[in-house]
Every structure is written in structure tokens, then in C-alpha cells.
Design a protein around this ligand. Structure first.
Ligand code: GLU
Ligand code: ZN
Length: 309
């Protein structure tokens, strides 16, 4: 039996895109007989809020998704510190205060957007007191190595993350453990064998793969799926702004929401209300649409716009 996880950040209310990721991850786990864990990613002290943590849990219950295990990253500081100890003992950590502007000045455009970190501070030592006494952000020195990675859908995720996007920050100036390291450590400790998530995160895989290697940990399988989009002016953007769980719940039942998501994913021809359980038996990734779909919030309904050619 495998283990997979859904790892939303408690930095806002659940939106339809969050709920689609939850539903697809849950269906994947249920149809395989895997464990499905929920991990609230709440390490960003400036952006996380307890009401959004509670709201995410309520939203999953409303949608009809039960989990087999629950964790909160903020309760895992001992494990995160132990990982930093191991990486520091191998000489892998170094302080770096290079700003985004410094990266832009170095002028190495990243395929992930923005600029890559060119390794400016790689040779700097940790302070004498070790990583705990650093008042600067810490980066992890990755080996110059290309990793050949494909996710289960065949998406090519290969790359040398030491070059692009460059050595990751693993501990921020405020002491918070950064996303890549916390996520990898929590996945490893939970025995996660399978990561199902939206394709907006696909480009983070190579960095996470390199961190797994640095920790001598096995690599999970990855599956990246379609996103839900919303119209924002002339453009389409990830469905984040238009409507969140508190409003959705006022206007839709859980099964109605599930029906919209199932239709968006191509699992049902029309958005009729449905319980997640009813989708398990014939769930298969070959039936899941690969193209992103656009939703429109009308103020009281979620419309699934026709797929564009
Ligand atoms: N917390 C991340 C997010 O909501 C997802 C992390 C992951 O699945 O690796 O974007
Ligand atoms: Zn630097």
C-alpha cells in the first residue's frame, strides 16, 4: 500500500482549484487503496492564518473527502531542525542575503520565471555557532547534477536545479523553514510514495528531487494534473481570486461542488451533483482531462466554460 498526501497552504480560503487538487488526490489514493494524508503547510508566518487552516479542513469535510492522517507543518520543527543538522554536518548549508534585485542584476533568467540564483555566496561558511545562530537566510548547496525525471503522465521534469533555479533557500531570515525543505522532510518522514498535485508545481520537482537525494531519501512518484482557471480581464489566471470556500458553501452543496469539479476534470459529462465515493470505482487517470479548464463565478453559481480547442 502506498501513501499520498494533499498539502495545501493555509494562506487563504480553499478555492475551486484547491478543491480540485484535493478531489483528484483523494480519488487517486482511494482507487489505488493508498493512504491519503492531509498536511497543512503553515510555515509562512506572514501569510498563514488559523482560520484558513480550520477552513481547509471544513472544506474537505463539506466536499466529502475524509483523510487517513493529518499533520500541520508548524508542529514538525524538531524534524526540520534534525534535517538541517544533517545537511550542515555534510557542509551543505551556507548563509546568503542576496536579494531578488541581486539575482536580477546577475541576469540569469530562470525557466521557472524570474531569475536563477547564480551561487554568489556558495563559498561562505556558516557562523561559528552553526546554522541555528545564523541571522541570515540559509541556502542548501546542491551538487552540479542533472536529474532525469519524468512524472507519471510523461511530463519531462529533468534538470540541474543547482543551476536553475539555483541553490534553494531552506531557512528564511525569520527562522521559518522554507517550502522545499519542509515539504521534502515531511514527505520522507510520512513515507509518502506518491505526490499528486497541480501542474503549477511541476517545475518545483527537480529541486525537491535534489533535496531527497541530499537526505539519502527515496524519490516518490509524481503526477501533475490540470488546473482550474478564472478570467481576469483579458487573461486567464489560476483560480484563486474569484470565490473562496465560505462563499461557495453559502451557494452550493458539497455534492454540487463535486459535480462541477468532476465535470471540469472530464470524469462526468455534465456538472450534476455527485458524491466523491461515486467516482472511485471507475477513476483512472486516462479519463482525466489534461487541459486546464476555466470557471466563472456568477455571484451565486460556478459555471464551467466550454473547453477551448
Ligand atoms: N503547499 C503547496 C501549495 O499549496 C503545495 C505543496 C506540494 O504539493 O508540494 O501550493
Ligand atoms: Zn548571497
Amino acid at each position: 500500500m502506498g501513501t499520498s498526501r494533499f498539502a495545501p497552504s493555509s494562506t487563504g480560503p480553499a478555492h475551486p482549484g484547491t478543491l480540485l487538487a484535493a478531489l483528484l488526490g483523494w480519488l487517486d489514493a482511494r482507487s489505488r487503496g493508498d493512504q491519503w494524508l492531509v498536511r497543512i503547510e503553515d510555515l509562512d508566518p506572514e501569510r498563514t492564518r488559523p482560520e484558513w487552516d480550520a477552513g481547509l479542513q471544513e472544506a474537505l469535510g463539506w466536499l466529502g473527502l475524509a483523510w487517513d492522517g493529518f499533520q500541520r507543518q508548524s508542529e514538525r520543527d524538531g524534524a526540520h531542525a534534525a534535517a538541517l543538522d544533517r545537511l550542515a554536518a555534510r557542509g551543505g548549508l551556507y548563509p546568503c542575503t542576496c536579494s531578488r534585485r541581486d539575482l536580477a542584476a546577475a541576469g540569469m533568467p530562470s525557466a521557472l520565471g524570474g531569475f536563477a540564483y547564480p551561487g554568489t555566496c556558495r563559498e561562505r561558511p556558516l557562523p561559528a555557532g552553526g546554522w541555528r545562530s545564523s541571522t541570515e537566510p540559509l541556502r542548501l548547496r546542491l551538487p552540479a547534477q542533472r536529474f532525469e525525471i519524468a512524472d507519471e503522465s510523461g511530463r519531462d521534469l529533468s534538470g540541474d536545479p543547482s543551476r536553475d533555479p539555483g541553490d534553494p533557500v531552506v531557512r528564511r531570515r525569520d527562522g521559518a523553514i522554507a517550502y522545499h525543505l519542509a515539504g521534502v522532510v515531511d514527505d520522507v518522514d510520512a513515507g509518502v510514495t506518491r505526490i499528486v498535485r497541480g501542474h503549477d508545481l511541476a517545475a518545483t520537482t527537480a529541486t525537491q528531487w535534489a533535496i531527497q537525494a541530499a537526505l539519502d531519501a527515496p524519490h516518490p512518484e509524481y503526477r501533475h494534473h490540470l488546473l482550474l482557471l478564472e478570467e481576469r480581464g483579458e487573461k486567464l489566471a489560476k483560480f484563486h481570486g474569484a470565490v473562496g470556500f465560505p462563499t461557495l458553501r453559502e451557494h452550493l452543496s458539497g455534492p454540487a461542488m463535486c459535480g462541477v469539479l468532476a465535470a471540469a476534470a472530464g470524469l462526468r459529462p455534465t456538472p450534476e451533483p455527485v458524491q466523491p465515493e461515486a467516482l472511485v470505482a471507475d477513476f483512472d487517470w486516462s479519463r482525466v482531462a489534461t487541459r486546464d479548464r476555466t470557471l466563472r463565478w456568477t455571484g451565486d453559481r460556478l459555471l464551467l466554460l466550454p473547453a477551448t480547442a
